[in-house]
Design a protein around this ligand. Structure first.
Ligand code: PLP
Length: 449
């Protein structure tokens, strides 16, 4: 077969042979895909020669930006030396050893052990097995229900999709039993008339307590949540929410799982989102930013008290061929070295984070915008027909999609979740690039209005 050269030929081949994830197949076939050919820093280049500001860090993952030779070199060197070996059956290799020690150093003090996976979804499948195994070993096998939240995203395998609270995903597939979904802390969308953010945060957190009471503590294994709900629309909880959740988790015999696939590795201005909110999880889920997306890798870290029980249990019958893949671990080590050397977490907390937040928050003045929250470098714009009444558009998602499409035309990648635009640029974005990003968002809002 001769390779096609023109963009049109490539698009036709793509439409003919590629089933894309999370894409509307009908419109994809009609319009064709955007083909990204290269990237540098925060900028993508497509096959038509457009320079596009990547406001989403790929899929929330390219924290150190594109074009980092150091990671490329580390992966190439590792592929030359040992391209693959597994970590099953009491075997390991240097990159997996070094990365597990590095993660123990970077995560909160209770975490010293990691189980490697290939993705966030695989990590959350691992969580389900781990927490159930933990209570089996503790001779409480009836404790197996995991409480999650509506509109949460924990991945798209059957189990991780069930754990997540995305109704459209549940509707298209089988869901696994013993998962319960409670309310999300989405003040703008779900608070009662007259309720303050403080009151709403407490009420929503107490839904966890009510669920534990209703089902019986002897049946609940764990509560899982993203510090900031990402794919659900960047839902940043009111200040009262996390301390109340932390209290409930402390008082009850359940494990608290922090899904840090998006919030981990600097996104919220701390290494991990749980540190930003002051919670102390028993299990910490990671992926994406661990390698800045240069190689696929995920992990589940367990606190010492969980690890001790798992050790007593002997064999854990679970693992992936690519658990701790040497080239992925090498990418992670190089990526984390960059993050530490350039103090990217400090940069988000004290420099570029506050810089972008101030400009982002000011977008709330636009007539189309209901709220414009941002934490660290992750933010949202709630589009509304009526700012004061906090009302939603009758045809939910239509205006959001329109705005997302305008943003694409303006060469800015933003995503739309219903009528909420969301953004999570690489942590290396400069002040000038932040100004450019805001200018493109303003134009997008004006085009949509
Ligand atoms: N958990 C969270 C919080 C996520 O945002 C995602 C992906 O966006 C996942 C899990 C699933 O990760 P993956 O797509 O690597 O399977």
């Amino acid at each position: 077969m001769t390779l096609p050269k023109t963009t049109a030929e490539l698009r036709a081949l793509d439409a003919a042979h590629h089933l894309h994830p999370f894409s509307d197949m009908k419109s994809l076939n009609a319009e064709g895909s955007r083909i990204v050919v290269k990237a540098e820093g925060v900028w993508l280049t497509d096959s038509d020669g457009n320079r596009i500001l990547d406001g989403m860090s790929g899929l929330w993952c390219v924290n150190v930006g594109y074009g980092r030779e150091e990671i490329v070199e580390a992966v190439a060197a590792q592929l030359r030396e040992l391209p693959y070996y597994n970590t099953f059956f009491k075997t390991t290799h240097r990159p997996a050893i070094e990365l597990s020690a590095k993660l123990a150093e970077l995560t909160p003090p209770q975490f010293n052990k990691v189980f490697f996976t290939g993705s966030g979804s695989e990590s959350n499948d691992t969580v389900i097995k781990l927490v159930r195994r933990y209570f089996q070993i503790k001779e409480k096998p009836e404790k197996k229900i995991i409480i999650s939240r509506r509109n949460a995203y924990h991945g798209s395998t059957v189990a991780a999709g069930s754990l997540g609270g995305m109704a459209p995903m549940h509707g298209q597939s089988a869901v696994i039993p013993d998962i319960l979904h409670i309310a999300q802390p989405y003040f703008w969308g779900e608070a009662r008339q007259g309720e303050t953010p403080e009151e709403f945060g407490l009420r929503t957190a107490r839904a966890l307590e009510a669920a534990i009471d209703a089902m019986g503590e002897d049946r609940i294994a764990a509560f899982i949540a993203e510090p900031v709900q990402g794919a659900g629309g960047v839902i940043i909880p009111p200040a009262s929410y996390w301390p109340e959740i932390a209290r409930i988790c402390r008082e009850r015999d359940i494990l608290f799982v922090s899904d840090e696939v998006i919030c981990g590795f600097g996104r919220t201005g701390s290494w991990f989102g749980c540190e930003t909110f002051g919670t102390e999880p028993d299990i910490l889920v990671m992926a994406k930013g661990i390698t800045s997306g240069y190689m696929p890798l995920g992990g589940v870290m367990v606190a010492d008290r969980v690890a001790e029980v798992l050790h007593e249990g002997g064999d854990f019958n679970h693992g992936y061929t690519y658990s701790g893949h040497p080239a992925a671990c090498a990418a992670a080590l190089a990526n984390l070295a960059i993050m530490q050397r350039e103090d990217l977490v400090g940069r988000v907390a004290n420099d570029v984070g506050p810089y972008l937040q101030a400009r982002w928050n000011a977008l709330a003045e636009h007539p189309l915008v209901g709220e414009a929250p941002m934490l660290g470098l992750v933010g949202a714009l709630e589009l509304t027909p009526d700012k004061l009444g906090r009302t939603k558009f009758p045809d939910v998602g239509k205006v959001g999609t329109l705005a997302r499409d305008f943003s694409f035309k303006n060469n800015l990648v933003m995503r739309a979740v219903r009528d909420r635009l969301i953004i999570a640029p690489p942590l290396v974005i400069s002040h000038e690039e932040c100004d450019e990003l805001i200018a493109r968002v303003r134009k997008t809002l004006d085009d949509t209005f």
